[in-house]
Design a protein around this ligand. Structure first.
Ligand SMILES: [Zn+2]
Length: 498
């Protein structure tokens, strides 16, 4: 039963409860925003002496005026150059020097959350991407990319982005897993609410009586709470819908009467993840996929500009996870461990890039781990040192990958670019993969925020994607559900509201 899991998968952190991050940020940052109210201090030095009838005094007056004016200009120059250099010297401090730009046309803040799946951080430099760079130049970018959650797979990450929860808490612990109590299998086509824990943004928005729309996103077709997956505003996944059609549909929402425009919209593209798997991250085919995503983004920007809402919409562009090339000899075979312990295929829920094993009752997971380690560390198993197995409770805590019974008891972390398979074969394919430890740089994706509350040209340090939920509720000025993100995060990256 799903409820068995629900009771064990409540989020442990609750700093966001009962607080409105948007209000906090406004108060904190406005109190330090004193520059705008300062008069030019040089005007206080303007001379007040009155000239006499003598030429001498006139000359003296003129001289004094010149000196005073020079002083005024010098003072003004110093003042303005100091204030501008202080805002330039630290990108984060620019937040304290300005506030959110007012909406010109929209009645309510609108967040458009875009995912270009598998858009590894750095792809934006592969080829000219003028539209992506336009958003970066006029918005806020995670300077070294967005950190995905572990495992760095599509479903766990996309659902973390919209719930602010780590997979152990939102329940989608992998793209594929087995419920240990019912034996039922979760696949990417499972839409029953029992699998999908937590409160995704479209549900939060609907709970506030506001409208949301989803043009594909993992979990969006699941009816939960006030979210009914409304017709025409909740698209059922169909990868064959052209990207242009997706963009045009989202644009058409802006033609609705003001109060009917959804305040939160998602837009999902399978590329360049699709090409990344097939040909790896360094193939020209991948580069072309990146260029195509940029063109589709250009179509979106054009459409928003034509409607006069481009500067009003808060665009958040992310990618779920990155990608790394996998090739040839970087293979580890479970059958090679047979001298220490036999791992039958039906113990294995997932091979790669995270190994997930649930041995049947009668086998102590700790014994299985000990024997596997003995084999992997013996030096006799090919590439053995590139697979580290753990009881899930012993995984590094930074992975947050233990607090759900859905997570099998034995988890193997695989070195970047390696693949685990059951048995040897002659098939050696080159391609790409993701799902590895989220500390690996190639697993990072992009974060770009563009809109009224994002400072122009601002660079922020990398952060985990569980922070995005609070960012969106803060922009929309609604109370979010408890989650693993930090309540203070939005104030660190958004301009304060007026
Ligand atoms: Zn993928």
């Amino acid at each position: 039963m799903g409820s068995d899991l629900l009771s064990q998968t409540k989020p442990s952190t609750g700093p966001t409860q009962g607080k409105d991050p948007a209000n906090q940020s406004t108060t904190a940052l406005l109190s330090s925003n004193t520059n705008s109210s300062l008069d030019d201090p040089s005007t206080k030095d303007y001379p007040s002496r009155r000239p006499t009838t003598t030429v001498l005094f006139v000359v003296a007056f003129l001289l004094l005026t010149c000196i005073a004016l020079s002083a005024t200009f010098a003072f003004a120059f110093l003042f303005f150059s100091t204030s501008s250099s202080s805002s330039d010297s630290s990108s984060s401090s620019s937040v304290t020097h300005s506030s959110a730009r007012p909406l010109k046309k929209l009645e309510h803040p609108v967040v458009l959350l875009i995912s270009s799946d598998g858009f590894r951080f750095g792809y934006q430099f592969k080829t000219p991407t003028p539209n992506i760079h336009r958003l970066i130049a006029n918005g806020t970018e995670a300077e070294t990319g967005l950190i995905p959650v572990f495992p760095t797979l599509t479903f766990p990450n996309h659902y973390s982005i919209v719930t602010g929860l780590y997979p152990a808490y939102h329940g989608i612990i992998n793209n594929y897993f087995v419920d240990p109590y019912t034996g039922e299998t979760f696949t990417m086509a499972s839409h029953e609410p029992k699998w999908w824990l937590g409160e995704p943004l479209w549900e939060t928005v609907a709970n506030h009586g506001l409208k949301a729309s989803t043009y594909f996103w993992p979990g969006s077709e699941v009816k939960k709470g006030a979210w009914t997956c409304p017709e025409n505003f909740c698209m059922f996944y169909n990868g064959s819908v052209p990207f242009e059609e997706r963009v045009d549909t989202v644009l058409s929402y802006f033609d609705l009467p003001g109060s009917e425009v959804p305040v939160f919209m998602t837009l999902y593209f399978e590329d360049p993840d699709h090409q990344g798997h097939q040909v790896g991250p360094d193939d020209p085919e991948l580069t072309e996929a990146v260029a195509r995503i940029d063109r589709v983004l250009g179509r979106l920007i054009d459409g928003l500009e034509k409607r006069g809402v481009f500067e009003d919409v808060s665009i958040i562009m992310v990618g779920g996870h990155g990608m790394v090339g996998t090739c040839d000899k970087k293979l580890i075979f479970l059958d090679d461990l047979a001298s220490w312990i036999e791992i039958p295929a039906d113990w294995v829920q997932y091979y790669s890039p995270l190994l997930a094993i649930r041995p049947p009752s009668g086998y102590a997971p700790s014994d299985v781990v000990a024997k596997m380690r003995e084999g992997l560390e013996s030096g006799k198993v090919e590439n053995g040192k590139n697979l580290k197995v753990f009881l899930k409770e012993e995984l590094p805590s930074r992975l947050h990958y233990a607090a759900s019974d859905r997570i099998p008891p034995i988890i193997g972390l695989i070195e970047e670019g390696f693949t685990v398979e059951q048995k040897r074969s002659n098939q050696k394919e080159c391609g790409g993969a993701h799902g590895y430890d989220n500390a690996i740089f190639s697993m990072r994706t992009i974060f770009i925020g563009h809109g009224p509350q994002f400072a122009r040209g601002q660079k922020v340090p990398s952060f985990e994607n569980v922070q995005i939920y609070n960012l969106v509720t803060s922009i929309l000025k609604i109370q979010g559900a408890p989650n693993n993100g930090s309540a203070s995060f939005p104030t660190s990256i958004l301009l304060p509201s007026k």
